[in-house]
Design a binder for this molecule. Structure first.
Ligand SMILES: C[C@H](O)[C@H](O)[C@H]1CNC2=NC(N)=NC(=O)C2=N1
Length: 102
């Protein structure tokens, strides 16, 4: 599950991850919530998902905008764990009515 993904594998799987983009060794996405409390509720939900996976994002919170940066630190790049976490983040955002900025 945690080997580095090839560029082809990343390109193919990004088709199913609208709003996410690869930047070097990271998978990035920004989301805009209707208000600050909802942004924090999203981050709290993502924290639970990350703990469940034992795979944790870098998170930047600025008022209603939340940016996530995903990478598998132990491997120095992107693995299937990052893809899985991206899906969980996008799903959680949808549940909270938080739209992607991508
Ligand atoms: C020891 C612990 O399982 C590891 O440090 C986990 C924790 N969370 C992690 N999160 C991320 N993004 N990458 C990792 O390599 C990673 N490793």
């Amino acid at each position: 599950m945690s080997r580095l993904l090839t560029d082809e594998e990343l390109d193919r799987q990004l088709q199913d991850l609208p709003g996410w983009a690869v930047d070097g060794t990271q998978l990035l996405a920004g989301f805009e919530a209707p208000d600050f409390p909802t942004a924090i509720r999203l981050v709290d939900e993502v924290a639970a998902e990350a703990e469940d996976m034992n795979h944790h994002p870098d998170i930047d919170i600025r008022w209603r905008t939340v940016h996530f940066a995903l990478s598998t630190h132990d491997k120095g790049g992107l693995t299937q764990l990052d893809i899985e976490l991206a899906h969980r983040i996008s799903t959680a955002a949808g549940r909270f009515g938080v739209r992607s900025r991508g």
